[in-house]
Design a protein around this ligand. Structure first.
Ligand SMILES: Cc1ncc(COP(=O)(O)O)c(C=O)c1O
Length: 541
């Protein structure tokens, strides 16, 4: 008998072995459902969720896998094979590592499995072996995958096939742990319910509970034939099970996949986080209880000491790996709508803060790309980026814009000396940015009034202020930006770096993301042109 581990700490070289050992942890939670999830509460029915999801492997198969492996003498040096694409093989993989640091575990999986499930198995380090044909096979079909694995293991001493469908340690693990825990936690229990895959959980837990109180009813819930929910099976596939189910399971219910998914989503929303098969168990339990109620037989299920019907059902795994299916099975209206949904169709390029430069960083970046400028100001460590302002000798802004927004012209300041003369420049040398295009997105007249020498203007209409806070304005800005970037393909065609300036920094961020997605090395200046101007102006004074 191990001492109680009230603080839930697992220490030392065998910490993982302890962690996976249910006898070293407090019992798993048994949580009563709120009235919102229990339509029969007023009829004296109390329903409790047994959270096998809180086992170390976070699924119902953590217990059978542990007991099956513990009872395989040579498994730690054998190739372990199992026909499972989910809970069982995931648990076997984790536990064989935890017990023995043994990695040679192989999942035999239908080739009809969703690619995400295969990714999950490989994430957990399992070797995936696909088989074709029927996805969910009958365990005793002589041509089925399970018979083939059994034969292989019988022939080859290097192979261990736990065989969850015929291995008694499967159901006995639930007798040993799940049943014993529930009995301790809820001695007034009168109804127990589990879905049926191998039947291990229903048979094992039911066997223990009936051994303590033979009048406990055990309900097994199966998939509707042809409408699978992952984990459980349909009844015809289970009927040949060698487990002692006939003396344990009192009634069977079939539940559709849609009801299973919907019910588990409801449970999850209240914090009983559980996957589809757990919803299937609860839905099946409620169907059974409703029928008993309709037949006037609910009182038969009441515990004499409490006068209530106390039920427990199994939460077998978590919902996350099935997320895609929730959205396929259930109607869109069952999920809260997304606000600003239009943003899913625009502005999808990645933003990265490393591309957003402070003005001083942008200035030194320009310097580092301009050896001429460095030479010209070699005694000055900071940039001397001359700015041309409205005070310069220009007659009209339209004549300015006709030159400076001409995308086919060179971006050298020398190309139009009368307009790009730099009155404040302290050197007679003009400057160019040979490897970097400075792109200014402000409207033409604003650009004409003041801009960085050598910059090029791709004028966008004025944007709504703070458009990132207004989904419609953002979408509009994105459309304007996309149109401009696609029209002015010279921007990215020549492989130069790009530094984007705009009115306040916001459009610059968006343009940078868009240009980066096109493969350019784009950056922008935080605060846009005004921030750049302020920095350089301050520097010059
Ligand atoms: C998610 C899930 N729920 C329920 C079950 C059924 O459990 P059992 O095989 O004990 O009947 C399984 C079996 O693999 C499962 O993976």
């Amino acid at each position: 008998m191990n001492p109680p581990n009230v603080l839930n700490v697992f220490k030392g070289p065998d910490a993982l072995v302890q962690f996976f050992d249910p006898d070293r942890s407090p019992p798993l939670p048994l949580v009563e459902l709120p009235d919102a999830l229990n339509p029969l509460r007023r009829d004296g029915v109390r329903i409790f969720a047994k959270m096998l999801t809180q086992l170390p492997a976070q699924n119902v198969k953590s217990l059978p896998a542990l007991r099956m492996l513990r009872n395989e003498r040579d498994a730690h040096r054998q190739k372990i094979v199992e026909a499972s694409s989910g809970s069982t093989v995931l648990s076997l993989g984790m536990i064989s590592r935890a017990l023995w640091d043994h990695e040679d575990v192989h999942a035999f999986v239908t080739n009809k499995k969703h690619p995400d499930s295969l990714k999950l198995l490989r994430f957990f380090g399992l070797n995936v072996n696909l088989y074709g044909g029927l996805a969910q096979q009958e365990p005793y079909d002589p041509k089925g995958i399970m018979s083939r694995l059994k034969e292989t293991a019988e022939r080859d001493p290097g192979v261990c096939y736990p065989g969850q469908y015929h291995n008694d340690h499967n159901w006995k693990s639930h007798e040993q742990w799940t049943g014993a825990q529930i009995w301790k936690q809820l001695p007034e229990i009168t109804v127990f319910c589990s879905t049926i895959g191998t039947g291990g959980c229903a048979v094992g837990t039911g066997t223990y509970l009936k051994s303590r109180n033979p009048s406990v009813k055990v309900i097994g819930v199966c998939n509707v034939f042809g409408d699978p929910t992952p984990g459980p099976r349909h009844f015809p596939n289970f009927e040949s099970s060698p487990f002692p189910w006939r003396e344990t399971i009192d009634a069977f219910e079939d539940v559709s996949s849609v009801d299973s998914y919907r019910t588990s989503m409801k449970l999850s929303r209240y914090g009983i986080i559980a996957g589809p098969s757990s919803g299937e168990a609860l839905h099946g339990l409620l169907a059974y209880l409703q029928r008993m109620k309709a037949d006037g037989r609910l009182p038969e299920l009441a515990d004499p000491s409490t006068g209530e019907v106390s039920c427990a059902f199994i939460c077998a795994d978590l919902p996350y790996q099935y997320m895609d299916m929730y959205y396929k099975k259930l109607a869109d209206e069952e999920f809260p709508p997304i606000q600003n949904e239009n943003l899913l169709h625009c502005d999808q390029d990645a933003y990265d803060e490393r591309w957003f430069l402070q003005p001083n960083e942008a200035a030194s970046h320009l310097l580092s790309h301009n050896s001429m400028l460095t030479n010209a100001f070699c005694s000055v460590p900071s940039p001397c980026l001359c700015k041309w302002q409205s005070s310069s000798p220009v007659s009209t802004s339209s004549s300015v814009s006709s030159v400076i927004s001409d995308s086919s012209s060179s971006n050298s300041v020398e190309s139009s000396p009368s307009i790009f003369s730099v009155p404040e420049c302290s050197t007679s040398k003009s400057f160019t940015f040979p490897e970097i295009t400075v792109l200014d997105l402000r409207p033409r007249d604003i650009y004409a009034a003041s801009h960085l020498c050598g910059s090029r203007n791709v004028p966008l209409p004025p944007a709504q202020k703070d458009f990132f806070g207004d989904a419609r304005a953002l979408e509009q800005r994105w459309a304007e930006m996309k149109e401009a970037v696609e029209r002015e393909d010279w921007i990215w065609a020549d492989g130069r770096s790009i530094l984007v300036l705009c009115a306040d920094g916001d459009s610059g961020r968006m343009a940078t993301a868009m240009l980066r997605a096109k493969g350019c090395e784009a950056m922008c200046v935080e605060g846009g042109y005004p921030a750049m101007f302020e920095y350089l102006d301050g520097y010059e004074r």
